[in-house]
Design a protein around this ligand. Structure first.
Ligand SMILES: Cc1ncc(COP(=O)(O)O)c(C=O)c1O
Length: 387
C-alpha cells in the first residue's frame, strides 16, 4: 500500500531526541523547548511562539486568552476538522458555520460578513489542506466590525499570504504537529502572536493558571497543555530541516499537477495570485468519490476523503443549515498520497491508476432528446449514484 502520509524523520531528529532523553529533562522544562519556541517564532516572524501538547489545545488557549465565553459567537468554516469547532465550544461560545469559496476551498469572506451579529466576537480563518484563507479580505472585515482573528494553520506550515507567513497575520495563529503534518513532533501544537498580554495569558492558561511571580499560587482556571522537552527536540530538528521538507512538498505538488490538471474529470483548487500554497495533502474533486477511493485502495493506493461539514455531525447537527459549496467539496473531495518522500514513479503509478478509474466511472450524461421512459434501469441507478 502507498500510505496517505509518512513522517519525514531523519538522523537529526533521532540525535536531538536521544540528547534530550539523556539530559534527564524529559518533562516540560529544558533547552530544547526554549530553542524550539524561539526558532519557530523567528521562522513564522512573530514575537512569541508557545508550544503546547497538540493543535486542539493551541486553539483552546488562543480562544481562552481572547476571552471567548458563553453568549459569544465565533465564525468559522464548516469545512474543517471538528477540533476547530470543539475549541470554541470548550469556552462556552457558539460556533457559527459558514460556507467555503469554490475556487480556493477556504472560508468565503462574503459568507463571513453575512453571519456577523451583535454577539460575534471573532473569526477563525482555517488555512485548509495547506491553502491559505483569504486573509486580505478577512482582516479588513475584522477591523470593520471590531473582531479578533485566529488563524488555524494546523495544516499549512510554510504557506504565505502576500509574502507573509500564515500564523503571523491574524491576532493569534495556531499550528498542529500531529504525525502527518508538514512539520511533526508526533503530537504537538504551538500558538503564535505578537501581543505581549495575549502571550502572557496563553502561557498562564497552559500551565494551570500559575502566577508568574509567586510559586504554587494559581489565580486563573488553567490547564496542563504543555509540550515536553522530548517532543520539542524532534520539533527543533524538523524546523532545522524545514526548507528541505517544504521543497519536497512543492516538488510533489508539481508532479501531481502536471499529470492531473488538464483532465476534465478531475477538478483541482484554483491557484490564487495572493497566496503561496503549501501542499499538505494533494487534493482533487471527482465524481463518485467513494467508488474511486475503493478502486484506488484495491490498487494499493491509500487515500482520504475531505472532512464532513461539521454541522452534519451529531454534536453540532443543524438540519436547517445547507452550505452548498461545503457540501459539494465534502462529497467529492479526495486526498492522494502526500508523503514528502514519495518518488516520482509512485506519483506516476497513482495518477495512471486514477485516470483509468475516472475514465471508467465517468458520469453518464443524458442527451435531452432521450425520453425519460427510454432510460434503462442501469442508467437510472448510475444517475442516482451520481446525484
Ligand atoms: C485545521 C485543523 N485544526 C486543528 C486540528 C487539531 O490538531 P491536533 O490533531 O494536533 O489536535 C487539526 C487536526 O485535526 C486540523 O486539521
Amino acid at each position: 500500500m502507498i500510505p496517505i502520509y509518512e513522517p519525514d524523520l531523519s538522523q537529526l531528529e533521532e540525535d536531538y531526541l536521544l540528547d534530550a532523553f539523556r539530559s534527564g529533562w524529559i518533562s516540560s522544562k529544558g533547552d530544547y523547548l526554549a530553542q524550539f519556541e524561539n526558532s519557530f517564532a523567528r521562522w513564522v516572524k512573530t514575537r512569541y511562539a508557545l508550544a503546547t501538547c497538540n493543535g486542539t489545545t493551541a486553539l483552546h488557549l488562543a480562544l481562552l486568552a481572547l476571552g471567548s465565553k458563553s453568549g459569544d459567537e465565533v465564525i468559522l468554516p464548516a469545512l474543517t476538522p471538528i477540533a476547530t469547532a470543539n475549541a470554541v465550544t470548550f469556552t462556552g461560545a457558539t460556533p457559527v458555520f459558514v460556507d467555503s469559496d469554490a475556487a480556493s476551498w477556504t472560508v468565503a469572506p462574503d459568507d463571513i460578513e453575512k453571519h456577523i451579529t451583535k454577539r460575534t466576537r471573532g473569526i477563525i480563518a482555517v488555512h485548509l489542506y495547506g491553502r491559505p484563507a483569504r486573509m486580505n479580505r478577512i482582516l479588513p472585515l475584522s477591523q470593520k466590525y471590531g473582531l479578533w482573528v485566529v488563524e488555524d494553520a494546523a495544516e499549512a506550515h510554510g504557506a504565505r499570504v502576500l509574502g507573509r507567513p500564515v500564523g503571523s497575520i491574524g491576532t493569534i495563529g495556531t499550528f498542529s504537529f500531529f504525525g502527518n503534518r508538514i512539520l511533526t513532533t508526533g503530537e504537538g501544537g504551538i500558538v503564535t502572536t505578537n501581543d505581549d498580554d495575549l502571550a502572557e495569558l496563553i502561557s498562564r492558561y497552559r500551565g494551570q493558571g500559575v502566577s508568574p511571580t509567586v510559586t504554587y499560587w494559581h489565580d486563573l482556571l488553567g490547564y496542563n497543555y504543555r509540550m515536553t522537552n522530548l517532543t520539542a527536540a524532534i520539533g527543533l530538528a524538523q524546523l532545522e530541516r524545514v526548507h528541505e521538507i517544504l521543497a519536497a512538498k512543492q516538488r510533489l505538488s508539481r508532479w501531481y499537477t502536471e499529470r492531473l490538471a488538464s483532465l476534465p474529470e478531475i477538478e483541482l483548487a484554483r491557484p490564487q495570485d495572493w497566496a503561496d500554497d503549501i501542499c499538505w495533502m494533494f487534493s482533487a474533486l471527482v465524481s463518485r468519490r467513494d467508488e474511486v477511493r475503493a478502486k484506488l485502495s484495491e490498487a494499493g493506493i491509500d487515500t482520504r476523503p475531505f472532512f464532513f461539514p461539521v454541522y452534519k455531525m451529531p454534536i453540532y447537527h443543524d438540519p436547517t443549515l445547507h452550505l452548498p459549496i461545503t457540501e459539494n467539496l465534502s462529497k467529492r473531495g479526495i486526498h492522494l498520497p502526500s508523503s514528502p518522500r514519495l518518488k516520482e514513479e509512485q506519483v506516476d503509478y497513482i495518477c495512471d491508476t486514477l485516470i483509468k478509474i475516472v475514465h471508467k466511472t465517468k458520469p453518464v450524461r443524458i442527451s435531452p432528446t432521450i425520453r425519460p421512459q427510454k432510460i434503462s434501469e442501469k442508467v437510472k441507478t448510475l444517475l442516482r449514484a451520481d446525484s
